[in-house]
Ligand binder design. Sequence first.
Ligand code: PLP
Length: 389
Amino acid sequence: MVKINPFLKNINNKNSFLEVTRIVNEYKANHKNNKVISIGVGDVSRPIVKTVIDAMHKAVDDLSNIDTFKGYGSYYGYNFLKEKILDNDYKDFDFSLDEIYISNGAKTDSTSILELFDINSSVLITDPMYPIYRDGASALSRNVHVLDSTTESFLPEIPKEKYDIIYICSPNNPTGICYTYDELKKWIDYSLKNKSIIIYDNVYASFISSKDVPKSIYEIDGAKKVAIELRSFSKNASFTGVRCSYYVIPNDIANNINKYWKARTINRFNGADYIAQKGAEAVYTREAQKEINENIKYYKENAKLLREAFEKLNYKVYGGTDSPFLWIKINNGMKSMDYFELFLKEFEIIIIPGIVFGKKGDGYFRVSALAKREVVIEAIERINKYYEK
Ligand code: PLP
């Protein structure tokens, strides 16, 4: 009999998004006339802005015309998009087109990048975490080590042991906390010393406004030698349903890994969607940037409303400043899965239990400011009404 990849059996479905969805669906099925609302899920609610939609319509038309039709594109992405990325997101860092890759989502990229490294490389993930790192790495049969973050900062201490691959997510999902220049520098120094590689997940870059938080890891000296940065159009440009992402593999990283990544990609990927890439190109126009900034402002206002509401009720709230996520301490000692179920039954509001993001997350829950304003307001009203009783 054919054997299943044993690592797939390590994936814990008990404390997962899958389980949260199952409980929510069961509740909805048993309360068909009730209105369950979500301030938990990390999907966006603002539609794609008009300038970008127009560019995608035009791209669809290109495909209908014999002179402008596009078949297979570049495995690594069209230059028209890579140029925009270089000129806008990475203009201070002197990268070449050759170091930028376009793909179909940072979720895929965050773990497929492991195919670049020896299967025995040690992979370090910090808890709480975007659980895809742990489970995606497991699906690829990698050796995953989990490093707990410290209790109050949610940033882990730099380990004494050597690890090969290190995942850093900043702005962080789920905690909403960001690495400052100083905190990140410690990891760069660690990686330079140990010849490690950092996978820097920066998909929430557009939410950063604090002066002490870098917009890119490459702002820090030495990062070009050790860091691969991942970004996405999902959260700034509402591409969660369109799918387009990008990442940088600097030529300065030792062992000519760019060459090997190209060999891997030719054999594993046929390039991102032309329509999505045309839309992504338009994201960098002045009009689209104006519209997108309005959307980010809208989400940040949601975050402010949520923060104020929970703080007024004496919850300890983290994040929500340079991130759409708020990470909230459960103040009655309950386990996060139980608290999530309590929220669902008492308020008919979906929050995400912290345990989904690792064992250090138990005792917390995640709230997302990416919901519609009216949902945020209704959620706050429902909770306040309960506490007024
Ligand atoms: N990385 C992090 C930290 C995320 O929170 C998400 C989505 O929620 C992703 C990656 C996935 O991004 P994409 O939609 O580009 O696959």
